[in-house]
Design a protein around this ligand. Structure first.
Ligand SMILES: CC(C)(COP(=O)(O)OP(=O)(O)OC[C@H]1O[C@@H](n2cnc3c(N)ncnc32)[C@H](O)[C@@H]1OP(=O)(O)O)[C@@H](O)C(=O)NCCC(=O)NCCS
Length: 141
């Protein structure tokens, strides 16, 4: 069960994995075209693990030239506790490091206790209390 790079044709199966996973919010950017664009912009950084011919774990990642950004770390319920999330994380961070990206961020919803517990437990990952996130949709006229 080795991670491989995601490709556009994985989209339906990944969308289905995200949709059946409580705690994962699907956004317009998860549609096929933005997903395809994201993979093209960040080649080889979004990974999945397959079992019985379908994705059972995934992690999307990209970078802005300075920092890496991780999204949608998901392992199907039946495959949890086998180190798949860790394998995906390690492989993604290694691939980012090969591109010169040595620091990455992940945004975790405050109302996702399981996700928070996971990140809290990961060695080397520091919860930030010196940063507030501001987001803007669209642009001023
Ligand atoms: C969180 C999630 C990805 C973990 O996947 P997983 O494959 O079971 O995790 P792993 O088996 O690789 O666990 C890696 C380590 O994290 C620990 N861990 C796993 N889930 C944990 C949790 N919910 N809370 C605390 N620690 C956890 C494991 O004990 C393991 O520790 P170790 O390295 O000391 O052995 C999975 O439960 C999931 O998909 N949850 C729903 C989606 C989600 O919340 N994703 C995170 C969004 S940012």
């Amino acid at each position: 069960m080795k991670p491989r790079s995601a490709v556009p044709s994985d989209h339906p199966a990944l969308l289905s994995l995200w949709q059946r996973t409580p705690g994962i919010r699907i956004r317009p950017e998860d549609a096929l075209q933005p997903f395809t664009d994201y993979l093209a912009r960040n080649p080889g950084l979004s990974l999945l693990v397959e079992a019985q011919g379908r994705p059972v774990a995934c992690l999307m990642a990209g970078h802005d030239g300075r920092r890496g950004y991780l999204q949608h770390l998901v392992v199907d319920e039946a495959y949890r506790g086998r180190g798949l999330a860790k394998a995906l994380l390690n492989e993604t961070l290694a691939r980012l490091a090969r591109l010169g990206i040595h620091k990455s961020h992940v945004f975790v919803l405050r109302d996702a206790p399981q996700a928070l517990a996971f990140w809290q437990a990961q060695e080397g990952w520091e919860r930030r209390d010196d940063i507030e996130v501001y987001s803007m949709q669209g642009h001023p006229p």
